[in-house]
Design a protein around this ligand. Structure first.
Ligand SMILES: CC(=O)SCCNC(=O)CCNC(=O)[C@H](O)C(C)(C)COP(=O)(O)OP(=O)(O)OC[C@H]1O[C@@H](n2cnc3c(N)ncnc32)[C@H](O)[C@@H]1OP(=O)(O)O
Ligand SMILES: O=C([O-])CC(=O)C(=O)O
Length: 375
């Protein structure tokens, strides 16, 4: 494992802002652990529902607990009519992350979390409903279709692909979606999770915490990078063109989305896993060059800048190979990270003090209001 990066300076880098029992980043195992388990171990051996159970309830489920949890989630997929009405009014050119934000907020109006006793149920409802919600909007706004979201899908991974494409996905695609959702599920005090915790610290409701977190994840410096990476690589015709494009961007000091990380120094442990799945998917894809292009980007960025792919970069080609429209990439991140966000909200609530840091004032000196006639 790479040594932890020296962390200091702006952006609260390196400052401990609270305690968590949920995950470690850049500390042990391959570099990312959820409640003590290595993310690679979890991605190789568990479904997303098992990992959601681990993150939200503290332990991996036994078979009986898993069956009960999956049955509960399957029963919570229906979209309230009032939410469908709102989704149908959002235009096709809206950003799907804005749809997620509005949808989450609307659900909070319809099924308000009245007390913290309801926090697990409120979370499970969102976990079950979000994949169908975004794909209901997508299919209605782009194809004029009102889709059925109460499918026979066995899992959240299958439910996302099924409600998007209107048919049961292949085993390989479902397996990749499970791995992807596991990889994105939790990541300590990243920007969106910290947003959720700040909101939770005011004793606000779960939907407000998650709505705020969605807003933070949307930006290209955070979750939006998978989408930005796709926009970049789809313009590249072949590996040599990819190399020339990146060299030009680096010369112009442009940021390359999907590379670098605030905490990891030499690699993001999630990258090797999703890269492996991207390679497998490329073997049956109609545009396999995207994988070789991505591999060349990785090599060039390391050679030129010692910058490595973060979790987002190979997610771009993997999702593209599964026929997922680019703008739906970051909403998938939401469907997964919801587990981490909600677990952090619960953790914050269990030992709360309002989060209220101080600022260093750099404005003008103290002064007196002059009468308006002399200003
Ligand atoms: C799931 C996730 O959210 S993972 C992150 C997804 N975000 C991205 O992929 C966006 C692209 N990456 C970045 O913008 C950054 O690497 C971040 C936001 C992830 C981390 O930011 P920081 O902690 O400030 O990065 P760091 O301190 O390592 O930056 C060091 C230098 O490398 C540069 N750098 C970092 N990442 C990149 C990049 N992707 N492309 C070009 N240059 C970069 C920085 O500009 C900085 O240069 P400077 O000192 O001249 O300003
Ligand atoms: O930890 C971070 O800053 C960003 C990140 O990788 C994540 O949230 O998954």
């Amino acid at each position: 494992m790479a040594e932890a990066k020296q962390l200091s300076g702006a952006g609260l880098r390196g400052q401990v802002a609270g305690k968590t029992a949920l995950s470690t980043v850049g500390v042990s195992g391959s570099g990312l652990t959820y409640r003590g388990y290595d993310v690679k171990d979890l991605a190789d051996n568990c479904t997303f529902e098992e990992v959601a159970h681990l993150i939200l309830k503290g332990e991996l489920p036994n078979q009986q607990e898993l069956d009960a949890y999956k049955a509960k989630l399957k029963g919570l997929r229906a979209l309230p009519q009032a939410l469908k009405d709102v989704l149908e009014r959002i235009p096709a050119d809206a950003h799907p992350m804005d749809v997620m934000r509005t949808g989450c907020s609307m659900l909070g109006n319809l099924e308000t979390e009245e007390s913290f006793d309801q926090q697990q149920d409120a979370t499970d409802r969102m976990l079950a409903l979000f994949p169908g919600m975004i794909n209901y909007w997508y299919n209605f706004s782009h194809k004029g279709k009102r889709i059925e979201v109460e499918t026979d899908a066995d899992s959240i991974a299958e439910q996302f692909l099924w409600t998007l494409h209107g048919e049961k996905p292949t085993e390989l695609h479902t397996r990749v979606m499970h791995a992807s959702l596991v990889l994105y599920a939790e990541h300590e005090f990243n920007a969106s999770t910290f947003t959720a915790r700040v909101c939770a610290s005011t004793l606000s409701d779960m939907h407000s915490c998650i709505t705020g977190a969605i807003g933070s994840l949307r930006g290209p410096l955070h979750g939006g990078a998978n989408e930005a990476a796709m926009e970049l690589i789809q313009k590249m015709e072949n590996p040599d063109h990819a190399e020339a494009t990146l060299m030009g961007m680096l010369e112009r000091k442009e940021k390359i989305m999907g590379f670098g990380h605030a905490i990891y120094r030499e690699s993001d442990p999630r990258n090797a896993i999703i890269k492996g799945w991207s390679e497998k998917l490329s073997k049956e894809a109609s545009n396999p060059a995207l994988y070789d292009i991505s591999v060349r980007c990785e090599a060039v960025m390391w050679r030129e800048k010692k910058l490595f792919c973060n979790a987002d970069f190979f997610h771009a080609s993997a999702y593209n190979f599964m026929g997922i429209p680019t703008k739906l990439f970051t909403p998938i991140f939401v469907c997964s990270r919801l587990t981490g966000w909600a677990a952090h909200v619960m953790e914050q609530r269990s030992d709360n003090r309002i989060i209220r840091p101080s600022a260093e004032y750099v404005g003008v000196e103290f002064r007196v209001v002059p009468p308006i006639s002399v200003r």
